[in-house]
Design a protein around this ligand. Structure first.
Ligand code: BTN
Length: 268
């Protein structure tokens, strides 16, 4: 079968501005055709107290990064590569709640615009058909013990073709267009994500916790998993998550561990 023809034109910012129905998330839109990392630009803007909801978005990153120092790969004009500046009334230990509301907003938007059911893989991945389609890298700016700002960096594979992915990624990563067998305009998808983020962020600021809904979308719960971080690898039942998104892992010896981060592999 021939590869699907996909739309890989630059982002139409005028269309985004015309479509976007938020009051502050994404209203200050900072666009780059090509940049190192949107998270770095957003950090500089946040340090200069840019407006809450400022969004830095790029069609290409030359130094895009993921968690644990990994590189974030994305062909030009194929994806959503963006960083959102927020000043949440949260303690640093609660900052994962931002990743939680943003991943839920992406699930909502993919369902609405692409009619696909995405899942969340703890702690920060978006999956379609069991493969990684997106990831979130939330970085914090601290002022003493409190949160000065947060940068929520989102990478979402929208119109990436399988043959554009490096070989090592093809079995584990996908894009919305690959699963849908046709491309999708990025602008309405972006607007839907930002609208869901704003609604969810307003509720978070009013004290609502997204944990229960987030847990319901996690692909990893109730399964035997292996969780690795640079320090250790553990295996156990993924029993549940708490309000701040930490994972409770029941080990074979009956003890329970609370994990804040790591790479999860589903076993058997
Ligand atoms: C991960 O899965 O490890 C998180 C990936 C986050 C990638 C996005 S792309 C936009 C923003 N800028 C970056 O350099 N990284 C994030």
């Amino acid at each position: 079968m021939p590869p699907p023809q996909v739309e890989q034109a630059p982002l139409d910012c005028a269309r985004v501005k015309a479509l976007l129905k938020t009051s502050y998330v994404g209203q200050n839109l900072v666009y780059y055709a090509r940049i190192g990392s949107t998270n770095d630009i957003a950090r500089d803007l946040a340090q200069a107290r840019a407006a809450e909801g400022t969004l830095v978005i790029a069609d290409e990153q030359t130094a895009g990064r993921g968690r644990l120092g990994r590189q974030w790969f994305s062909p030009p004009n194929s994806s959503l590569l963006m960083s959102l500046i927020l000043y949440p009334p949260l303690a640093p230990s609660q900052a994962q709640r931002l990743t939680m509301i943003c991943s839920l907003a992406i699930v909502n938007a993919i369902q609405e615009i692409a009619q696909l059911q995405a899942q969340i893989k703890w702690p920060n991945d978006l999956l379609l058909a069991g493969k990684k389609t997106g990831g979130i890298l939330t970085e914090l700016g601290l002022h003493g013990q409190s949160l000065a700002y947060t940068i929520v960096g989102i990478g979402l594979n929208v119109n990436v073709r399988a043959e554009q992915m490096p070989g090592f990624l093809r079995d584990i990563a996908t894009s919305i267009a690959q699963v849908r067998h046709r491309p999708i305009a990025r602008e309405p998808l972006l607007c839907a994500i930002l609208e869901h983020v704003e609604r969810r962020y307003d509720r978070l600021r009013q004290g609502e916790t997204p944990a229960e809904e987030w847990a319901a979308h996690l692909a990893t719960l109730g399964k035997w998993v292996r969780v690795s971080d640079p320090r250790e690898t553990l295996e156990g039942w993924a029993e549940g998550v708490d309000e701040d998104g930490a994972l409770f892992l029941r080990l074979a010896d009956g003890s329970r561990r609370r994990l804040l981060a790591g790479d999860v592999t589903l076993m058997g």
